[in-house]
Design a protein around this ligand. Structure first.
Ligand SMILES: NC(=O)c1ccc[n+]([C@@H]2O[C@H](COP(=O)([O-])OP(=O)(O)OC[C@H]3O[C@@H](n4cnc5c(N)ncnc54)[C@H](O)[C@@H]3O)[C@@H](O)[C@H]2O)c1
Length: 250
């Protein structure tokens, strides 16, 4: 039995990078996964690759910045599976621009996906999780959610916003048994985003995002009484879990 057997999970940003790795990890642990992304071709490829491994995920092509799309994702999962145990808000976008060059449209686009999209996805699943009196919401943050980086005002504002949203939501949902955490990779991972953002030094040590997925699986298993309301370093938590596993086997 996988650790997510009989659980239903929605993963956004599932077509690439961290979201793709999380989708695979959740499916491998037995979850019914609804894999959400705007890039239809890549999403189909993810699902086909999982299928070839004997794993299952249901693709949902949707833009998390679009309210109707978000409502459709949640409605589909509830109608098909009857419940939602985990929402992993992984979809994200980045831009580098000095503030005087950033248009309002670009500011709105970055905030629209990273912050407003995260808010809308959480809002769409919360009524179901409240009825169940259980659930886990995992919001992918960044070091840019804890400190500033030059030329990244919109991305930093969005990720700091995700932190604030998550802290408030954790308090709001704790009485219903629902956990809300943020997570940052904690180690360089090789994704489409980091192809653009990483320095040559970081490229030398980047790893496949699969290395941090044990932390996501652990968070997906949480309730409000467990690991909750935390800014989690995925790499540190993964190493901690692996050390505990090794200890338990001795
Ligand atoms: N790569 C890193 O080093 C790093 C570091 C810190 C935080 N993050 C965060 O991790 C998350 C995943 O990043 P990644 O590196 O895997 O990036 P990525 O670009 O490889 O993957 C992001 C995925 O999100 C999808 N997406 C973007 N906008 C969307 C939308 N509106 N609706 C639905 N799907 C959408 C993309 O199509 C893509 O499949 C992001 O939130 C990012 O901010 C990444």
């Amino acid at each position: 039995m996988g650790r997510l057997q009989d659980k239903v999970a929605i993963v956004t940003g599932a077509a690439r990078g961290i979201g793709r790795a999380v989708t695979r990890a959740f499916a491998a642990e037995g979850a019914a996964v609804y894999a959400v992304d705007v890039i239809e071709d890549d999403l189909a490829e993810v699902v086909a690759a999982l299928d070839a491994e004997g794993l299952v995920a249901s693709p949902l092509v949707a833009d998390i910045a679009v309210p109707d799309d978000v409502e459709r994702i949640a409605a589909h999962a509830i109608e098909a599976a009857g419940r939602i145990d985990c929402l992993a808000n992984v979809a994200g976008i980045i831009t580098y621009e000095p503030i005087e060059e950033m248009s309002l449209a670009e500011w709105d686009r970055i905030l629209g996906v990273n912050l407003r999209g995260t808010f809308m996805c959480a809002r769409a699943v919360v009524p179901t999780m409240k009825r169940q009196r259980s659930g886990s919401i995992i919001n992918v943050s960044s070091r840019a959610g804890a400190m500033g980086f030059a030329d990244m005002t919109a991305y930093c504002a969005a990720k700091f916003g995700v932190e604030g949203l998550s802290r408030a939501l954790a308090l709001e949902l704790a009485p219903f048994g629902i956990a809300v955490n943020t997570i940052t990779p904690g180690t360089p991972v090789h994704t489409a985003m980091s192809e653009v953002t990483y320095t040559p030094d970081k490229r030398k040590i980047w790893q496949d995002p699969a290395v941090i997925t044990p932390a996501f699986v652990h968070l997906a298993c949480q309730s409000a009484e467990g690991l909750n309301d935390q800014y989690v370093n995925a790499w540190d938590l993964t190493k901690q879990l692996q050390a505990q596993g090794a200890g338990a086997k001795q």
